[in-house]
Design a protein around this ligand. Structure first.
Ligand code: FES
Length: 162
């Protein structure tokens, strides 16, 4: 499946231009590209390799080494499950496992319909309402499996009702 149909590389080329065609600019350029597209599209990664005169394998090596980079687009809704100590103790791991099974994706993955991405995060600073899940910018506290099920359902319905 082609996940990068007709991607416009103009802004990515501008990022290369503004950072300079130096090997030392690789990470800042990739950061700029991720900011532009929300992830680093493969054609952009290959263009960067060409422009910096380095092997594509080196660019992919950098992209896979640093957790900050994504090679696939994220889903429409980003579900973050806190795995900080308080949330972990209060069942955060069970919530994450449940979501992973329910959505059929592992952490960092995106559902095939592009609706949800699943991420684990460290303490979100609101341990008093552990376990905590954040969907996009909205916080949900004292989350249980039943509660997360209805949260997912409400986002699904929101998507189908658009
Ligand atoms: S550990 Fe989850 S909010 Fe602090």
């Amino acid at each position: 499946m082609n996940k990068n149909p007709d991607i416009d590389l103009t802004p990515a080329r501008e990022a290369v231009e503004s950072r300079g065609r130096r090997r030392s600019s690789l990470i800042p350029i990739l950061q700029d590209i991720q900011k532009i597209y929300g992830y680093v599209p493969r054609p952009a990664a290959e263009m960067v390799a060409e422009e910096l005169s380095i092997f594509p394998a080196e660019v992919y090596g950098t992209l896979t080494f640093y957790a900050q980079f994504r090679l696939e687009p994220r889903g429409r809704h980003i579900i973050k499950v806190c795995q900080g100590t308080a949330c972990h103790v209060m069942g955060g791991k069970d919530i994450l496992d449940y979501l992973s099974g329910r959505l059929g994706i592992t952490t960092g993955g995106t559902t095939s319909d592009g609706l949800f991405s699943l991420e684990r995060v460290a303490c979100l600073g609101c341990c008093g309402i552990a376990p905590v899940v954040v969907v996009d910018e909205k916080f949900f506290g004292h989350v249980t499996v039943q509660k997360i099920e209805s949260i997912i359902e409400s986002y699904r319905q929101g998507a189908s009702g658009e």
